[in-house]
Design a protein around this ligand. Structure first.
Ligand SMILES: Nc1ncnc2c1ncn2[C@@H]1O[C@H](COP(=O)(O)OP(=O)(O)OP(=O)(O)O)[C@@H](O)[C@H]1O
Ligand SMILES: [Mg+2]
Length: 236
Protein backbone atom coordinates (compact mmCIF):
# COMPACT_ATOMS: atom_id res chain seq x y z
CA UNK A 1 0.00 0.00 0.00
CA UNK A 2 1.34 3.40 -1.02
CA UNK A 3 1.02 6.44 1.26
CA UNK A 4 -0.30 9.53 -0.54
CA UNK A 5 -1.29 13.08 0.47
CA UNK A 6 -2.38 14.21 3.91
CA UNK A 7 -6.18 14.56 4.02
CA UNK A 8 -6.65 15.92 7.54
CA UNK A 9 -4.58 16.77 10.57
CA UNK A 10 -6.50 16.42 13.84
CA UNK A 11 -5.25 17.25 17.30
CA UNK A 12 -3.48 13.92 17.83
CA UNK A 13 -3.54 12.04 14.53
CA UNK A 14 -3.16 12.77 10.84
CA UNK A 15 -5.06 10.99 8.08
CA UNK A 16 -3.33 10.12 4.79
CA UNK A 17 -4.80 8.84 1.54
CA UNK A 18 -3.44 5.64 0.00
CA UNK A 19 -3.43 4.24 -3.55
CA UNK A 20 -6.61 2.34 -2.58
CA UNK A 21 -9.75 4.45 -2.01
CA UNK A 22 -11.05 1.94 0.54
CA UNK A 23 -8.16 2.55 2.95
CA UNK A 24 -6.47 5.45 4.72
CA UNK A 25 -3.44 5.62 6.99
CA UNK A 26 -3.82 7.04 10.51
CA UNK A 27 -0.58 8.51 11.80
CA UNK A 28 -0.38 8.86 15.61
CA UNK A 29 1.62 11.92 16.63
CA UNK A 30 3.13 12.82 20.02
CA UNK A 31 0.81 15.86 20.30
CA UNK A 32 -1.35 15.66 23.38
CA UNK A 33 -4.28 17.98 23.89
CA UNK A 34 -6.91 18.62 26.53
CA UNK A 35 -9.74 21.06 27.20
CA UNK A 36 -10.79 21.24 23.51
CA UNK A 37 -7.23 21.97 22.39
CA UNK A 38 -6.51 24.69 24.97
CA UNK A 39 -3.66 22.69 26.54
CA UNK A 40 -1.27 21.16 23.99
CA UNK A 41 2.08 19.45 24.62
CA UNK A 42 4.36 16.98 22.90
CA UNK A 43 4.81 13.82 24.95
CA UNK A 44 7.69 11.70 23.72
CA UNK A 45 6.67 8.14 22.63
CA UNK A 46 2.93 8.87 22.96
CA UNK A 47 2.20 8.37 19.25
CA UNK A 48 3.91 5.00 19.20
CA UNK A 49 2.40 3.78 22.48
CA UNK A 50 -1.14 4.77 21.46
CA UNK A 51 -0.78 3.31 17.96
CA UNK A 52 0.33 -0.08 19.32
CA UNK A 53 -2.19 0.05 22.18
CA UNK A 54 -5.03 0.86 19.77
CA UNK A 55 -4.03 -1.91 17.33
CA UNK A 56 -4.06 -4.45 20.17
CA UNK A 57 -7.52 -3.33 21.38
CA UNK A 58 -9.03 -3.19 17.88
CA UNK A 59 -7.83 -6.72 17.09
CA UNK A 60 -9.15 -7.92 20.46
CA UNK A 61 -12.58 -6.37 19.76
CA UNK A 62 -12.66 -7.74 16.21
CA UNK A 63 -12.13 -11.24 17.63
CA UNK A 64 -15.02 -10.57 20.02
CA UNK A 65 -17.29 -9.94 17.02
CA UNK A 66 -17.25 -6.14 16.93
CA UNK A 67 -16.65 -4.72 13.42
CA UNK A 68 -13.67 -2.33 13.47
CA UNK A 69 -11.82 -0.24 10.88
CA UNK A 70 -8.46 -1.88 11.73
CA UNK A 71 -6.63 -3.49 8.81
CA UNK A 72 -2.93 -3.73 9.68
CA UNK A 73 -0.20 -2.09 11.71
CA UNK A 74 2.05 -0.29 9.21
CA UNK A 75 4.90 0.85 11.47
CA UNK A 76 5.49 2.18 14.99
CA UNK A 77 3.29 5.26 14.51
CA UNK A 78 0.96 4.31 11.66
CA UNK A 79 -1.96 1.99 11.01
CA UNK A 80 -3.94 1.14 7.88
CA UNK A 81 -7.70 1.48 8.43
CA UNK A 82 -10.87 1.35 6.37
CA UNK A 83 -11.65 4.73 4.82
CA UNK A 84 -14.88 5.64 6.55
CA UNK A 85 -17.45 8.40 6.49
CA UNK A 86 -17.24 9.32 10.17
CA UNK A 87 -20.43 9.90 12.17
CA UNK A 88 -19.78 13.22 14.02
CA UNK A 89 -20.92 11.84 17.36
CA UNK A 90 -19.02 10.50 20.36
CA UNK A 91 -20.47 7.53 22.26
CA UNK A 92 -19.55 7.47 25.94
CA UNK A 93 -20.15 4.79 28.55
CA UNK A 94 -19.50 5.48 32.23
CA UNK A 95 -19.11 2.69 34.78
CA UNK A 96 -17.87 4.99 37.54
CA UNK A 97 -18.61 8.72 37.94
CA UNK A 98 -15.73 11.09 37.13
CA UNK A 99 -14.90 14.21 35.12
CA UNK A 100 -17.68 16.16 33.41
CA UNK A 101 -20.46 13.95 34.82
CA UNK A 102 -19.53 15.01 38.36
CA UNK A 103 -19.33 18.69 37.40
CA UNK A 104 -22.65 18.54 35.54
CA UNK A 105 -24.73 16.60 38.06
CA UNK A 106 -22.87 17.17 41.32
CA UNK A 107 -22.32 13.47 42.00
CA UNK A 108 -19.29 12.20 43.89
CA UNK A 109 -16.16 11.29 41.92
CA UNK A 110 -15.72 7.51 42.16
CA UNK A 111 -19.40 6.64 42.59
CA UNK A 112 -20.16 3.26 40.98
CA UNK A 113 -22.83 3.61 38.29
CA UNK A 114 -25.37 0.77 38.10
CA UNK A 115 -26.45 0.38 35.40
CA UNK A 116 -23.67 2.14 33.45
CA UNK A 117 -24.58 5.54 31.97
CA UNK A 118 -24.58 6.10 28.20
CA UNK A 119 -24.10 9.58 26.70
CA UNK A 120 -23.82 11.09 23.21
CA UNK A 121 -21.72 14.17 22.45
CA UNK A 122 -21.48 16.14 19.22
CA UNK A 123 -17.92 16.27 17.83
CA UNK A 124 -17.53 20.03 17.56
CA UNK A 125 -14.60 21.75 19.29
CA UNK A 126 -15.99 25.26 18.63
CA UNK A 127 -19.14 24.30 20.56
CA UNK A 128 -17.06 22.36 23.16
CA UNK A 129 -18.54 18.95 22.18
CA UNK A 130 -22.03 19.52 23.64
CA UNK A 131 -24.06 16.64 25.01
CA UNK A 132 -26.88 15.59 22.66
CA UNK A 133 -29.49 12.84 22.51
CA UNK A 134 -31.00 10.49 19.91
CA UNK A 135 -33.50 13.14 18.77
CA UNK A 136 -30.79 15.68 17.89
CA UNK A 137 -28.86 13.03 15.98
CA UNK A 138 -31.86 12.02 13.89
CA UNK A 139 -33.36 15.49 13.40
CA UNK A 140 -30.09 17.06 12.28
CA UNK A 141 -29.22 14.06 10.12
CA UNK A 142 -25.94 13.08 11.84
CA UNK A 143 -27.06 9.42 11.77
CA UNK A 144 -30.25 7.42 11.21
CA UNK A 145 -32.26 5.86 14.04
CA UNK A 146 -30.98 2.46 12.94
CA UNK A 147 -27.35 3.62 13.01
CA UNK A 148 -27.90 5.16 16.46
CA UNK A 149 -29.18 1.89 17.89
CA UNK A 150 -26.26 0.01 16.30
CA UNK A 151 -23.74 2.46 17.84
CA UNK A 152 -25.34 1.96 21.26
CA UNK A 153 -25.40 -1.81 20.93
CA UNK A 154 -21.74 -1.96 19.88
CA UNK A 155 -20.62 0.54 22.54
CA UNK A 156 -22.20 -1.58 25.29
CA UNK A 157 -20.69 -4.74 23.79
CA UNK A 158 -17.28 -3.05 23.97
CA UNK A 159 -18.00 -2.34 27.66
CA UNK A 160 -18.50 -6.03 28.43
CA UNK A 161 -15.31 -7.04 26.59
CA UNK A 162 -12.98 -4.27 27.78
CA UNK A 163 -14.22 -4.06 31.38
CA UNK A 164 -13.23 -7.72 31.71
CA UNK A 165 -9.91 -7.30 29.88
CA UNK A 166 -8.86 -4.47 32.22
CA UNK A 167 -10.37 -6.04 35.37
CA UNK A 168 -8.35 -9.22 34.74
CA UNK A 169 -5.25 -6.99 34.68
CA UNK A 170 -6.13 -5.24 37.95
CA UNK A 171 -7.74 -2.09 36.53
CA UNK A 172 -11.14 -0.42 36.47
CA UNK A 173 -12.48 0.86 33.16
CA UNK A 174 -14.10 4.01 34.57
CA UNK A 175 -15.39 5.43 31.25
CA UNK A 176 -14.50 5.65 27.57
CA UNK A 177 -15.36 7.38 24.31
CA UNK A 178 -15.89 5.67 20.95
CA UNK A 179 -16.35 7.03 17.43
CA UNK A 180 -18.06 5.14 14.64
CA UNK A 181 -18.16 5.52 10.88
CA UNK A 182 -19.87 4.00 7.86
CA UNK A 183 -17.98 1.61 5.60
CA UNK A 184 -19.95 0.20 2.65
CA UNK A 185 -23.18 0.93 4.55
CA UNK A 186 -22.14 -0.79 7.79
CA UNK A 187 -21.63 0.90 11.18
CA UNK A 188 -18.00 0.18 12.09
CA UNK A 189 -15.89 1.18 15.12
CA UNK A 190 -13.32 3.78 14.05
CA UNK A 191 -10.83 6.28 15.42
CA UNK A 192 -8.87 4.91 18.40
CA UNK A 193 -9.15 3.26 21.78
CA UNK A 194 -6.24 4.33 23.97
CA UNK A 195 -5.64 5.89 27.42
CA UNK A 196 -6.20 9.24 25.66
CA UNK A 197 -9.92 8.52 25.34
CA UNK A 198 -10.82 6.58 28.45
CA UNK A 199 -10.31 6.57 32.21
CA UNK A 200 -8.49 3.65 33.79
CA UNK A 201 -7.75 3.34 37.48
CA UNK A 202 -5.65 0.81 39.32
CA UNK A 203 -8.24 -1.41 41.05
CA UNK A 204 -6.45 -1.42 44.44
CA UNK A 205 -4.94 2.05 44.75
CA UNK A 206 -7.27 3.90 42.32
CA UNK A 207 -4.15 5.49 40.79
CA UNK A 208 -5.07 7.22 37.52
CA UNK A 209 -3.47 5.54 34.48
CA UNK A 210 -4.99 7.67 31.69
CA UNK A 211 -5.07 11.17 30.18
CA UNK A 212 -6.31 12.68 33.46
CA UNK A 213 -2.60 12.57 34.44
CA UNK A 214 -2.01 15.09 31.63
CA UNK A 215 -5.18 17.14 32.27
CA UNK A 216 -4.38 17.43 35.98
CA UNK A 217 -0.60 17.85 35.58
CA UNK A 218 0.15 14.71 37.61
CA UNK A 219 3.19 13.74 35.53
CA UNK A 220 4.24 10.22 34.48
CA UNK A 221 1.69 10.25 31.65
CA UNK A 222 3.43 7.96 29.16
CA UNK A 223 4.84 5.79 31.94
CA UNK A 224 1.23 5.15 33.03
CA UNK A 225 0.11 4.36 29.45
CA UNK A 226 3.04 1.92 29.16
CA UNK A 227 2.11 0.30 32.45
CA UNK A 228 -1.45 -0.32 31.22
CA UNK A 229 -0.08 -1.71 27.95
CA UNK A 230 2.31 -4.03 29.77
CA UNK A 231 -0.42 -5.30 32.11
CA UNK A 232 -2.80 -6.29 29.29
CA UNK A 233 0.00 -7.70 27.13
CA UNK A 234 0.42 -5.11 24.35
CA UNK A 235 3.78 -5.73 22.62
CA UNK A 236 5.57 -2.35 22.79
N1 LIG B 1 -11.36 4.95 9.66
C1 LIG B 1 -11.39 6.28 9.54
N2 LIG B 1 -11.64 6.85 8.33
C2 LIG B 1 -11.65 8.19 8.17
N3 LIG B 1 -11.42 9.07 9.17
C3 LIG B 1 -11.17 8.56 10.40
C4 LIG B 1 -11.14 7.15 10.65
N4 LIG B 1 -10.88 6.95 11.97
C5 LIG B 1 -10.76 8.16 12.51
N5 LIG B 1 -10.93 9.15 11.61
C6 LIG B 1 -10.87 10.60 11.81
O1 LIG B 1 -9.51 10.98 11.83
C7 LIG B 1 -9.32 12.10 12.67
C8 LIG B 1 -8.31 11.72 13.72
O2 LIG B 1 -7.63 12.76 14.18
P1 LIG B 1 -7.72 13.28 15.67
O3 LIG B 1 -8.33 12.28 16.57
O4 LIG B 1 -6.40 13.83 15.98
O5 LIG B 1 -8.79 14.42 15.39
P2 LIG B 1 -9.40 15.44 16.41
O6 LIG B 1 -8.49 16.56 16.68
O7 LIG B 1 -9.98 14.67 17.53
O8 LIG B 1 -10.47 16.07 15.49
P3 LIG B 1 -11.90 15.60 15.29
O9 LIG B 1 -12.66 16.48 16.24
O10 LIG B 1 -12.22 15.81 13.85
O11 LIG B 1 -11.88 14.15 15.71
C9 LIG B 1 -10.67 12.40 13.33
O12 LIG B 1 -11.34 13.42 12.59
C10 LIG B 1 -11.40 11.07 13.15
O13 LIG B 1 -12.81 11.24 13.15
MG1 LIG C 1 -9.87 12.69 18.04
Amino acid sequence: MEKRQELFAGKAKSVFATDNDDFVILSFRDDTSAFDGEKIEQLSRKGEVNNKFNAFIMEFLEKAGIPTHFESLLNANEVVVKNMKMIPVECVVRNVASGSLCRRLGVADGLELTPPVFEFFLKNDALHDPMINEYHIETFGWATAEEVSKMKELTFKVNVELSKLFADAGMILVDYKLEFGLFKGEVVLGDEFSPDGCRLWDAKTRKKLDKDRFRQGLGGVIEAYEEVARRIGVPL
